[in-house]
Design a protein around this ligand. Structure first.
Ligand code: PAF
Length: 277
């Protein structure tokens, strides 16, 4: 499995590649959720490239860029075992030679990016859209695979592909969960044993909200769930019902609408979302 460490090796590798290519961008510290995205990519394309890069541009001041878990050797081992075609591990110098802030950036539409996670993390989705576009130009894949757990990210990238006339096909891999329901995330390893025991309550509340009958008032149900989560020890950033396509708020439950939540346990910020069946 070639380890491509800079854009020029990636380009050379790409030029000689035969067959369809699916691309799974990651920030590393790979878990079963990433491997499920990888398997989706493998099922849909002849070749799969995974990138591992912790993108400084999508972290705000005081966020967990420095403490974000990194485990390159184990990641490469997992990808090798899984049968990955190649891995791209660029450096900051390759992607942001003049520093991340001193370059052209991609500004997603405010109606998608200034809401939900964009409220607590201003500029986060500009950083995501910018790195994803840069990677797409470098990798030139037929397909891009993103996870449903980061649904707002998925929608913003989907919109970017349309708005910037990119022909890459976007695939969305379903959220992978621990047996107790907690959505898999690289950040979960930073939870203390006590926080880890509390964490599944977030998914449990979302599941319960998804079971409400259609036309139920969203705000009062969300407030009751939010209160239970606060009692359990979460600091809640948001718990909201929104349209899955426009991401605009909905006042009443309806099939296809989506509950979104973000909450902190100590230094760890967890996000999750579930669609009403
Ligand atoms: O979802 C992630 O891990 C990141 O936001 C991504 C898409 C790899 C861009 O840095």
């Amino acid at each position: 499995m070639p380890l491509l460490r800079d854009p020029s090796s990636l380009r050379k590798w790409r030029q000689q590649l035969q067959g369809s290519l699916a691309f799974v961008p990651t920030m590393g510290h790979l878990h079963a959720g990433h491997l499920a995205l990888f398997r989706l990519a493998q099922a849909r394309a002849e070749q799969v490239l995974v990138s591992i890069y912790v993108n400084p541009l999508q972290f705000g001041p005081g966020e967990d860029f420095d403490s974000y878990p990194r485990s390159l050797d184990e990641d490469l081992h997992k990808l090798g075992e899984a049968g990955c075609t190649a891995v791209f591990v660029p450096t900051d110098q390759d992607l942001y030679p003049n520093g991340p802030l001193a370059q052209t950036q991609v500004e997603p539409p405010a109606r998608l990016s200034d809401i939900l996670c964009g409220v607590q993390r201003p500029g986060h989705f500009r950083g995501v859209a910018t790195i994803v576009l840069k990677l797409l130009h470098l990798v030139a894949p037929d397909m891009l695979v993103l996870g449903e757990k980061d649904y707002q990210q998925y929608r913003i990238v989907q919109q970017m592909l349309v708005d910037l006339n990119l022909s890459t096909q976007l695939l969305c891999g379903p959220t992978q969960r621990e047996p107790d329901g907690l959505a898999m995330s690289s950040r979960n390893t930073r939870l203390s044993p006590e926080q880890r025991a509390i964490a599944p309550a977030l998914a449990a509340e979302l599941r319960q909200l998804c079971r409400l009958p259609a036309n139920n008032a969203a705000e009062s149900s969300a407030e009751a769930s939010a209160e239970r989560l606060r009692q359990a020890g979460f600091a809640l950033d948001y718990l909201e019902l929104r349209d899955s396509e426009t991401l605009q708020p909905l006042s009443h439950t309806q099939p296809g609408a989506r509950w979104f939540a973000a909450a902190r346990l100590g230094p760890v910020r967890l996000i999750d979302n579930m669609v009403i069946p």
